[in-house]
Write a new protein. Sequence first.
Length: 563
Amino acid sequence: MTAPIDPKPISPDLSVSPQIAVADLPALAAQGFRAVICNRPDGEGPDQPTFDEIEAAAKAAGMDACYLPITQGRVSDDDAAAFARARAGLPGPVLAYCRSGMRSATLWSLSAAQDKPVPEILAATKAAGYDMSGVVRRIVNGGRTPTDTADASHDIVIVGGGAAGIAVAASLKARKPGADIAIIDPADVHYYQPGWTMVGGGIFDAKSTAKTMGSLIPTGVHWIKAAVAAFEPDANAVILDGCRVVKYKRLIVCPGLKLDWHGVEGLVDTLGKNGVTSNYRYDLAPYTWELVKGLKSGRALFTQPPMPIKCAGAPQKAMYLSADHWHRTGRLKDIEIGFHNAGGVLFGVKDYVPALMEYVNKYRAELNFFETLVSVDGLAKKATFRVARPDTEPMLETVDFDMIHVCPPQTAPDFIRVSPLADAAGWVDVDPATLRHKTYDNIWSLGDVMNAPNAKTAAAARVQAPVVAENVVADMRGKSPVAQYDGYGSCPLTVERGKIVLAEFGYGGTLKPSFPKWLIDGTKPTRAAWLLKERILPPVYWRAMLRGREWMARPEALKVAAE
């Protein structure tokens, strides 16, 4: 049973919503809507009704219907004008919809830019749950984006100053010391996010995972301290918040993921209190350890949302380290542990599952698959999950808790999802080997935001950075790509304090061990892997990866297919 449609008003005569069903039309008519506009192309999703079906149901309900399909991430100025004409020709109020409502909200924002103040447009869409930062430059300029002049221009522009962005800048500088490179990022602080699991387990101090951004930007690289609002790849331009334009010859896109804390009802209101925590935030990881130390008995829940997420092992790492502490202090017998995973397996690469299951059994953790956290009531200490197991009707289930560790839903940032760089799912569309954009040959992407089917980990970015650097330099020399990425990712699964299952794998789940089996057998928990995680990887991150020293990350030569 699907949830009833919930239209979000963004003007007196227009509301937007995600995909509607044929069965929704009578209810929409009863709510007073007199017309619908479909902004989603037919066939975009397998569970989507065709426009003809929607139109027939609308007419039966006494409503008009208009088909204005927009490819995701490609809302043109002409599309916005067509949307304005369609609204003007339909009786109101009107409901516009697409997959999520984002395209419809964008169309309204651009079409309204001629006669509404920008703050009013941004406030209306924000109240409806849609972030228009990705098109703010176009809104400010009456719905169009001028890119004829630039406020700054660089040979190479890197969007994002996280692990991927600084690493690729350092790798480029190591190859071409005189290259004109700029990094765009508004943050003052750079975080070693893989360390937050250890903070939540009482092993690392949170302060050791943070350094100032200025101290890490490679020497000679310009730092543009601003947020990106939009891309104009046909004009080789990046639009910043505040409507400044930065031009480039080559662009590297790596802004990371958006943690959608608002994607779980009630979560934002209770994070950091009432026993609700997450190692996915710097300021909350210490609270995880406080809760673990303080819990003497009761129920502890650990959640994992639908993929993709950064460091897919992190939700269960939190569970293992917490359970290990309770085991060592003799409290485990009085604590019930539940792991609620939206997916159907404990870990995506089956070779590592047997070792992990030994710890699941040791800690008496209950595995609950196909369960997605949808709401949290911190004061009542209740979590509600959407249970959607195969061949069963979806249902809601509410579970009491004394402590809950939440991994939030994650998406590409909004300014990426609505950009011409994105694929239909909202991720930067790259060749999985060369990491070059499939449409724009002077754009590359790495890190969590691109659509190659690899694990989204810092270890993956460490290997991707030299690949992108090699291929960008080759392009600067007029050559074809020379390096390839094999999908490598690593997830050090902290199964207990002092032991780690070191999962290393590439595309298709192929095992990619970095060490001989006698030193570290990744399919088993080892002390050596723990020492790697605790003692070796942090300095490798700060002193090697972010400085262009590619320890065990030399790029592999591109294999050219036989003619």
